[in-house]
Design a protein around this ligand. Structure first.
Ligand SMILES: [Zn+2]
Length: 329
């Protein structure tokens, strides 16, 4: 069989984040296309230029830039690359406003994060510290005009291939995967990673949609699991992720992820059997000090699994003095 990834080159670009390098993909087709850009740093730009040169290309040669989702390590260089190349910038229609005004959108995300952290028992001094860390990260972001807004189900056409556009929210609300049905190749962004499970980070819903039932908090893990079910059903031969190695057995990997989420939900249910706890207290029991240094990440993890338990009627929510606790039901 021919190589399903023929004509697609992985360019691994350094990031300042714990996740390590981000995989950008050069699609050597007409138009010449880059999927994701790396963060906005001199080091990332240098590495990208070198990697392109190894493929006999320059930034100025790019004709199309595609962004998979709203995270800073995937879109930071979009403005610089679009300006230098004149490439069209393509993104899911719901993602476009976030790319066009990254700073203001990130600020609003931080406001939601702050309210959520306080409501779930994280001390104010931790919340304040995290907010300033988040602000300092913002310099790695960037903005550009999205010249082509892709509705879910759209098709990106090339001389030698077609990529179908599928919205698969969960890791972030804007996660988009690009599917080459003919070759069985899925460009997946951070929707599915091999070496780590993608965290279902709680973010503002897109497109001005109102919140979900209850306190309006988006149910990120439940959304993510629904998206993974759709991806599992795809006859993919190869998944090209936003970090780490390519994935060949995607259905087995998704089954592992589902089993892991069940185990974690079960563990949390066990913790709540003794006494009511806030999401912050649950995170501390599970991860100790990481619940402080990575407070928002671990809060998102805990709330995602609490949502599974709430959905099954196994726990209930108690609110006292503006702080939420959960207890076994
Ligand atoms: Zn991401």
């Amino acid at each position: 069989m021919t190589d399903p990834a023929a004509g697609i080159h992985c360019l691994a670009i350094p990031t300042p984040f714990a996740v390590g390098r981000v995989n950008c993909y050069l699609i050597d087709d007409d138009p010449l296309t880059l999927v994701d850009t790396g963060p906005n740093s001199g080091k990332a730009l240098d590495t990208l230029e070198t990697a392109l040169r190894e493929q006999g290309r320059r930034i100025e040669d790019l004709e199309r830039i595609v962004i998979t989702h709203q995270h800073i390590d995937h879109l930071g260089l979009v403005g610089i690359l679009a300006r230098r190349s004149g490439a069209e910038v393509c993104a899911l229609d719901l993602l476009a406003p976030l790319i066009e005004d990254f700073g203001a959108e990130a600020e609003r995300d931080d406001e939601l994060a702050e309210a959520l952290m306080l409501r779930h028992g994280i001390p104010r001094e931790v919340v304040t510290a995290l907010r300033s860390v988040s602000r300092s990260f913002r310099a790695w972001g960037g903005s550009a005009e999205v010249t082509r807004r892709l509705p879910d189900g759209d098709r990106l056409e090339f001389r030698d291939r077609v990529l179908e556009v599928h919205h698969r929210p969960g890791h972030s609300p804007s996660d988009t995967v690009f599917w080459d049905a003919e070759r069985g190749v899925l460009l997946a962004g951070d929707h599915l990673l091999k070496h780590i499970s993608s965290n279902p980070l709680i973010s503002r819903p897109l497109g001005g949609k109102s919140g979900e039932p209850g306190d309006g908090r988006p149910r990120a893990l439940m959304t993510y699991m629904a998206s993974m079910r759709e991806t599992r059903a795809m006859p993919a031969r190869l998944v090209l992720p936003g970090h780490g190695e390519p994935i060949e057995a995607h259905a087995a990997l998704i089954d592992e992820r589902f089993a892991m989420h069940e185990r974690r939900a079960g563990k949390i249910a066990g913790l709540l059997a003794g006494e009511p706890r806030s999401a912050y207290e649950i995170a501390q029991s599970l991860w100790g000090n990481v619940a402080v240094t990575q407070a928002y990440l671990t809060l998102s993890e805990v709330l995602g699994h609490v949502d599974l338990l709430l959905d099954r009627g196994l726990v209930r929510e108690l609110e006292v003095g503006g702080v939420v606790r959960y207890e076994a039901h």
